[in-house]
Design a protein around this ligand. Sequence first.
Ligand code: HEC
Ligand code: HEC
Length: 297
Amino acid sequence: MSAFWSMWVSVITLAVIVGCTWLLLATRKSQPHQELTEETVGHSFDGIEELDNPMPKWWFWMFMVTVVFGLGYLVLYPGLGNFAGVLGWTSTKQWEEEIAYAEENYAPIFAQYSSLSIDELQLADNAAGLRIGQRLYANNCSLCHGTAGTGAYGFPNLTDNDWLYGGDEATIKHTITQGRMGAMPAWLPVLGEEGILDMTHYVLKLSGREHDAGSADRAEPQFQALCAACHMPDGTGMNALGAPNLTNDTWLYGGEFGQIAHTLRVGRSGVMPSFRHLLTDDQIHLITAYVTSLSQD
Ligand code: HEC
Ligand code: HEC
């Protein structure tokens, strides 16, 4: 905050407190009756008369206490413009302390499972470890991949055995640690609307569904020229690029004719965030064990 705005905030804040206090004291002083009275101020509404009584003492003192509390707070904590408060408290510092506390107390719980392999963690003996993995999953991943891991439109299902990038331990860990970004270009500018519809028939053909044979035949050479580099000549996809298998019945963005055509027109770019700074290696190990368990039953 610039010095001007810092002053602006400080002056207004203090002026309001001083102003309220002055108002309180001034009205108390000008009050003609310092003790309880039967005299009215003359207002009457709906048969209710307003007596000219002073404000209750407890109310007055409560108000004074809030003023003192407010001033004390402004001395101790940040509140007056750029003044940091004499305690030096910041929300970042408090957050860091809480994180450090959590690391110290919970890290050993995660660490006791780091020496167990992913396979060992699937055993009933180590069910507690898998449950921790499940809770970490629920907190960090379920928002996108669903509480049961079954995914949603644009978010891959983790319970099937169809992987964009691969379902082995090293690949899952890489996915979680580094994040992923699918890159499927938009084809409308290249293929034109006619070409998009032809190509959609070809994709239907790849997954063995009803299609227009003439359209699919027209699109085939273009698939080999434009798409095979990522989706492979037979359409089975490529893990290294996260290019989905187009020959099965699993769809990230929907397998209806209109949905496929839309994918081809506009392109797709799913983003899996990186958890490098959010989770420790031990936590990622437990989540990986849990994710692995999802596609094993
Ligand atoms: C903000 C949403 C989001 C969150 C949170 C998220 N993911 Fe993902 N995840 C995605 C998307 C989107 C993809 C697909 C990326 C792509 O299209 O290339 C993905 C891909 C994956 C894959 C690769 C699947 C495959 O078929 O190869 C795995 C494994 C995965 N996520 C696990 C996790 C785990 C474990 C967590 C929690 C630590 C998590 N994700 C949190 C959105 C998310
Ligand atoms: C540069 C590599 C690349 C090329 C070239 C490419 N794709 Fe893709 N395609 C991908 C990736 C990566 C995804 C997944 C996008 C995501 O994860 O968000 C994808 C997704 C798709 C999907 C959605 C699949 C689903 O499960 O919903 C279809 C359909 C598709 N591509 C068809 C094609 C066709 C047809 C062509 C050629 C005209 C083509 N792709 C060219 C990389 C490519």
